[in-house]
Ligand binder design. Structure first.
Ligand code: C2E
Ligand code: MG
Ligand code: MG
Length: 744
């Protein structure tokens, strides 16, 4: 039983064990003097009737033992024991309590036999009373009190009941009842004590936890603030909050240090809404941004509830997010604007188109604008000037739209778009012609450089031409394509014919793809080029031909353009180059073969390997191959194209500048690359007969060729008159129907 009790004690919580220790360490020193003084009185009363060892020796022994214990407890008085010390003290008490109780009881019974009826009554009184004191002193070690009660009172009741004397029997009965009552009271008291200690321990643990939490909140890198939900006064600020408040102190009506107790309204111009929100926990959590001077505060208000669910008030975690807001703004701006010009970008353009087409009752238009000549300026003056020019163009585009609801966007490169809302066709006409006029005026750039460009515009009207955003875009694009191919500086409105042509072009593209895969219908014709001095064919130009079962002969002007629109031109170019080299190998006269190279084939780092493989596979000497390049092709990706041509030329292949006189016709381009031949465009040659200015330009080109050591070829020589004129002007070679049509 004892061990069970000890275990139960050791199972008690450390806080209860400590509290028990402190309580009974205060009472124990009091128990021993009472016990001893009563014992000595009993001994004295028996001095004459009991032997000396019982009246002096044993009490002296008791005294020594009790004094030792008393000193022990006096030392322990008010100390705070460790859980181990408390357990040890308990174990000692549990061992000593039965020993002391039994010793005193046995001593009392030994004296009893010597006593008179009075002393016997006194002895019974001594036992019954003293045990009460001991029990009360031991009340905080309930188990020890119980053991003492059982030993002393058990023996008392048993002994006096056995004695058979009616008075003692009554005493025994009395003592038994008192013992039961005492034990009940003691037990109740002990439970209350244990509960109180548990509650205190709980409260103390909570307090520690709260203090820890407060420390954590205080030290948190997030700013925390709490406010009273009734008067909205600030009740708490953590360190981070104080720091932030010091940063914005100049924007607040009170000092950062005086914030506790101040109204939270200081953050708001119109605090009513805020108050309504913070006083109603059902509306929390809620995130708000407040503009305070030039700073932006981000507040996250959440509700703090007590354990019973009562709303204690709002807790605000907050931060100064001014720089984040600015960054957000910037990101949002960049996501919707073109970084260079500040105009809208594709995303915004698309949004504007969706908005326009969402209301069929409001007419609008999409203008797609492509700059003419921008690429040359960008390539010749450099990208810095190119960028400057684009910014200036953006400005000029805005002016004609000033009085209209317009979204002006840069689509990329030199392509711009304008979505006009609520405009009539005539207003659209005015705007487009205004744009063309403004863009055709010279641009004076940095370092007084002057740039002259133009623009082509394609227009689709909503809802007249198209009803969805996508359709408006596709149709304006068709109109732009037509405007561009029709020549520079033009405006084209979408027409159904364009749509038909577009469908036809798509079909053509598909058919050409099939022809290229099967090789069916494709062939190459050759047209001779005659050397005027030696009067013999020195070269033959390879010209692609396509015969379609349903469409008949399709003009190269049509299918080459279709091929260039897609990547089919690469496959076609590859095919012609290989075939031409292979066939040239069968020519007896050792003439060179001239192969046309499209702009789309240039600057892709593919041409060199195609040329190499065509020469390798056919066995044609490189000197017998000529490539014809147009000015436009050269300028599209100038640096890469020139580098590519240089590598091809290094193989021994010759390079001709085709169709000179069309395109940009800039003599400067002749210096970009050391061409082996200049082919003067046929239209130019034809006009030279009737127009002196054309004749003099042809003469100038021939003269320049002579001076640069470059051969000149006149294309489109159809008549003898052309032939004679070219001969008179000193042209080196001629090509045209007069001398031979392209043939298989
Ligand atoms: P191009 O390179 O300037 O070729 C000369 C064009 O002038 C050929 O037209 C030829 O038939 C035509 N021509 C020659 N002599 C005369 C003449 O006396 N009078 C007239 N009116 N025309 C003459 P074609 O074959 O219709 O080719 C047109 C253009 O298509 C070519 O112009 C060339 O740029 C392109 N082309 C033809 N074949 C190919 C090819 O295989 N690859 C590439 N990339 N382009 C090609
Ligand atoms: Mg040619
Ligand atoms: Mg030509």
């Amino acid at each position: 039983m004892l061990s069970t009790l000890i275990k139960s004690f050791s199972r008690s919580t450390p806080s209860l064990a400590g509290a028990q220790y402190r309580a009974y360490s205060r009472q124990m020193p009091m128990m021993y003097p009472i016990l001893l003084s009563s014992t000595w009185i009993v001994a004295y009363v028996h001095t004459d009737i009991a032997p000396l060892w019982l009246t002096v020796a044993i009490p002296a022994l008791f005294t020594a033992a009790c004094v030792l214990r008393m000193l022990h407890w006096l030392k322990a008085y008010e100390t705070i024991p460790s859980p181990e010390e408390a357990a040890k003290a308990f174990r000692a008490t549990m061992l000593l309590a039965p020993i002391i109780a039994s010793s005193f009881t046995v001593w009392s019974f030994l004296l009893f036999s010597y006593g008179t009826p009075y002393t016997k009554s006194y002895l019974a009184f001594y036992m019954a009373n003293t045990v009460v004191v001991c029990i009360f002193c031991l009340m905080h070690v309930r188990e020890a009190a119980l053991i003492v009660t059982l030993i002393v009172n058990g023996a008392f009741i048993g002994f006096f009941a056995w004695a058979g004397q009616p008075t003692f029997l009554a005493m025994a009965l009395n003592t038994a009842l008192v013992s039961i009552g005492m034990l009940v009271v003691l037990s109740i008291n002990y439970d209350d004590f244990a509960r109180r200690i548990a509650a205190e321990a709980d409260a103390s643990a909570k307090q520690t936890e709260q203090a820890r939490l407060m420390r954590m909140i205080d030290d948190m890198p997030v700013a925390v603030m709490t406010a009273d939900p009734i008067d909205f006064k600030i009740t708490y600020l953590n360190d981070a909050s104080r720091k932030l408040l010091r940063r914005i102190e100049h924007l607040l009506p009170i000092d950062a240090e005086a914030m506790i107790g101040a109204s939270i309204d200081i953050f708001h111009l119109v605090p009513d809404r805020q108050r309504r929100l913070l006083s109603d926990p059902t509306r929390l959590p809620h995130r708000i941004r407040i503009n305070l001077g030039n700073e932006v505060l981000d507040l996250n208000a959440s509700a703090i509830h007590a354990d019973d669910g009562n709303y204690l008030g709002p807790m605000l975690t907050w931060a100064i997010v001014t720089s984040e807001v600015e960054a957000e703004k910037k990101i949002r701006y960049l996501a919707h604007h073109d970084a260079l010009t500040g105009l809208a970008n594709r995303v915004t353009l698309n949004d504007a188109l969706l908005k326009l087409t969402s209301d069929a009752l409001t007419p609008g238009a999409l203008l797609l604008i492509d700059l003419d000549g921008f690429k040359v300026i960008n390539d010749t003056l450099g990208h810095k000037f190119g960028d400057e020019l684009l910014v200036a163009v953006a400005k000029r585009l805005s002016e004609p739209c000033d009085r209209h609801s317009a979204v002006i966007a840069r689509q990329g490169g030199d392509e711009f778009a304008i979505v006009l809302t609520n405009v009539s066709t005539s207003q659209c006409d005015t705007i487009t012609s205004d744009i063309l006029t403004r863009l055709s005026e010279p641009f004076v750039l940095e370092r007084k450089r002057v740039a002259q460009i133009g623009a082509s515009i394609g227009v689709a009207l909503f809802p007249k031409h198209a009803t969805s955003a996508e359709e408006v875009m596709v149709r304006a694009d068709m109109a732009l394509y037509v405007a561009k191919t029709a020549g520079k500086g033009g405006v084209r409105y979408f027409t159904t014919e364009m749509q038909d042509e577009f469908v036809a072009a798509n079909r053509l593209e598909n058919e050409l793809r099939i022809a290229l895969s099967s090789g069916k219908g494709l062939s190459i014709f050759y047209q001779p080029i005659i050397d005027l001095r030696h009067r013999k064919v020195v070269s033959r130009e390879a010209l692609a031909r396509w015969y379609h079962d349903e469409l008949g002969w399709v003009s190269p002007a049509t299918f080459i353009v279709a091929a260039e629109r897609s990547d089919l031109i690469l496959k076609l170019g590859h095919h012609v180059l290989h075939e031409a080299c292979r066939e040239a190998m069968s020519w007896d006269g050792g003439e060179t073969v001239a192969v046309n190279i499209s702009a789309s084939q240039m600057g892709r780092s593919e041409l060199l390997s195609v040329v190499r493989s065509a020469l390798d596979q056919s066995g044609l000497p490189p000197e017998r191959l000529e490539l014809e390049i147009t000015e436009t092709a050269l300028l599209r990706n100038e640096a890469a194209s020139v580098a590519e041509l240089e590598q091809i030329r290094a193989l021994g292949v010759r390079i001709s500048l085709d169709d000179f006189g069309t395109g940009y016709s800039s003599l400067a381009h002749l210096r970009l690359f050391p061409f082996d031949k200049i082919k003067i465009d046929g239209s130019f040659v034809r006009d030279a007969l009737d127009r002196a200015d054309c004749a003099s330009i042809v003469a100038a080109v021939i003269d320049l060729g002579n001076r640069l050591g470059v051969a000149t070829v006149a294309e489109g020589v159809e008549t003898l008159a052309h032939f004679n004129l070219m001969q008179d002007l000193g042209c080196h070679q001629v090509q045209g129907y007069l001398l031979g049509r392209p043939s298989a």
